[in-house]
Design a protein around this ligand. Structure first.
Ligand code: PPY
Length: 349
């Protein structure tokens, strides 16, 4: 299984460690350093089998390469997955993170990390005790803090531009937008959309969270099992990836798919399935680059907040260029966005 997974992957390096004290498999995937050191978050999650964690890390690292190239950042793509046997907190979590930090330090800066699903700026503070290659520490510790709301900002601009392209006006008043997953990115996104006048529908498997967000921003709640079949203008997947597949795409009742989740397509063919269904798809690795623009811009490139907001607006502008190219050539939007990213990678070669 491992040889198949890594054999089919086109990245540079995989580092595997089994952490005996916690029973955690660590997979650090350095997909590309062509544009600069590999950057991407560290995900903590429990998988059925370690091979599933490796598959996730390999795919997520490749998406980081496309993301950072698509928005022209001088970084390559990487991702790490910590496949924990179950929820881990307190001193056990701290011990795991410190041992992970030792491994990260041993790579000498080839891979630089940050938060992802189930890791926080506080976790980054712990890692930074032992390794210098960490973005998004807490602001109290001198880092850029939680990138989630900034990813949401980029997605917000991306949704507005996508609506403008699909409907001829980017006014959000009266537009129905379904945000699936109201966590670290989905909740601030839903708030931005509601403030701009959209009618926001939200769903989440965590009932307490969805109730709280709905009351706070004035959104309507949709049952998790209904989300993908609900009629709306925009479906915004903001939870885990893979929701767009052969089974779900025919049931979609939206004009646009534009959300923050990484690796939304279960397989590459789903890009063509969306196109054939007349659904405008905002390529995930482009629309969700706002967190990377924020963290790397602020911490590595010395950008001001104004410059970051401009780059977040730029995500929307780039999407429209991609849509025009894809329509003119009759190709999926994901193919057009990949071509943009690959042209930057080829230039650097
Ligand atoms: C992502 O966009 O999925 C990231 O992992 C963003 C990121 C990039 C670099 C450091 C931390 C997080």
């Amino acid at each position: 299984m491992i040889e198949d997974l890594i054999g089919r992957w086109d990245g540079e390096e995989v580092v595997v460690r089994f952490d005996r004290p916690s029973g955690t498999w660590m997979f650090l995937c350095i997909h590309s350093t062509r544009l600069g050191p590999a950057a991407g978050g560290t995900r903590m999650k429990t998988y059925a089998r370690p091979g599933d964690a490796l598959r996730d890390a390999l795919g997520l690292s490749a998406a980081m390469t496309l993301k950072l190239a698509a928005v022209d950042l001088p970084f390559g793509g990487g991702k790490a997955v910590l496949d924990v046997p179950g929820p881990i907190g307190g001193e056990d979590r701290r011990g795991l993170l410190l041992r992970y930090a030792d491994l990260l330090r041993s790579l000498g800066g080839t891979y630089r990390t940050g938060p992802d699903v189930n890791t926080s700026p506080e976790d980054m503070d712990v890692i930074a005790e032992r390794a210098p290659y960490v973005f998004c520490r807490t602001e109290a510790a001198g880092g850029s803090g939680d990138p989630g709301p900034h990813t949401a900002r980029g997605v917000f601009h991306g949704i507005r531009s996508s609506i403008g392209y699909a409907f001829g006006s980017d006014d959000l008043h009266g537009r129905v937008i379904l945000v699936q997953g109201v966590g670290d990115v989905g909740a601030p996104l839903a708030a931005y959309l509601a403030a701009a006048g959209a009618r926001v529908l939200i769903s989440d498997i965590a009932a307490d969270r969805v109730t709280e967000v709905a009351a706070r921003i004035g959104a309507e709640v949709v049952a998790p099992g209904e989300a993908m079949r609900t009629e709306c203008d925009v479906y915004a997947p903001c939870a885990l990836g893979g929701t767009l597949n052969e089974e779900t795409i025919p049931g979609l009742r939206c004009r646009v798919v534009a959300g923050s989740a990484n690796n939304q397509l279960a397989e590459p063919e789903d890009a063509e399935r969306l196109r054939a269904a007349g659904i405008l798809y905002a390529p995930d690795f482009l629309i969700n680059a706002g967190g990377a623009l924020y963290a790397l811009g602020l911490e590595a490139l010395g950008w001001t907040r104004e410059r970051i907001e401009e780059r977040h607006e730029g995500i929307g502008k780039t999407l429209v260029e991609i849509y025009r190219q894809a329509d003119a050539e009759g190709i999926p939007t994901a193919a057009a966005a990949e071509r943009l990213a690959r042209s930057r990678l080829d230039q650097a070669a």
